[in-house]
Design a binder for this molecule. Sequence first.
Ligand code: DX5
Ligand code: ZN
Length: 230
Amino acid sequence: MNSNMKHVSHLIAPSLLASDFAHLEEEVNLVNQSDADWLHLDVMDGHFVPNISFGFPVIKAAKKYSKVPCDVHLMIEKPDQYVERFREAGADIISVHYEACPNLHRTIQLIKSTGAKAGVAINPHTSVTLLEDILEDVDMVLVMSVNPGYGGQKFIYQSIPKIRKLRAMMDERNIRALIEVDGGVGLQNAEKILQAGADVLVAGSSVFRAEDPKDAIYRLKTIGKETIFV
Ligand code: DX5
Ligand code: ZN
């Protein structure tokens, strides 16, 4: 590759939620050996979402084996109370929900104070325009393309114009935060999601339920790869 060429690529974050927890070490190793960039970890408290997943001990165990950054998605109420412990458990990126944080700016600063990267997640019904006054402070916006709580749901297509709108808002102000898209993402829609402006694709079922998960990750990673001149 020529030195004045830059390889531009999106990131893939397989979601452990769809994996086999009885073989956690093997599942995390599979991610390590693949083209994945991050490991996505979904924490659900049974209050913010109608499901309970896992907490600190599982993140700690995943972190022990993971060679890629741990991207922790908190679908919980009152996340401020637990941010430090998630960081200690091994979170490199911590995303909290806009809908769960009445003092979002404070929560974002708290995450950053632990040394983690800070993300804000929005549910399908939450408009990206509500992020106008927090965009400068976050490292990432996580756009939920299903209602949070379960893996294996159908992608909500209204998310595409939403991602496009967010990308335009960010470009206009030269904001460098990443856009992550989570829920129902697979080979059938990944290209459209990337074209709309996403940087990070979360994929649970489409990876761990695939016949060959590593190949599924590779295929997601190599969609729309391009080389640009800079
Ligand atoms: C849903 C979670 C997702 C989930 C994605 O509430 O936030 O990260 O694991 O799973 P799939 O890719 O199966 O929709
Ligand atoms: Zn998630």
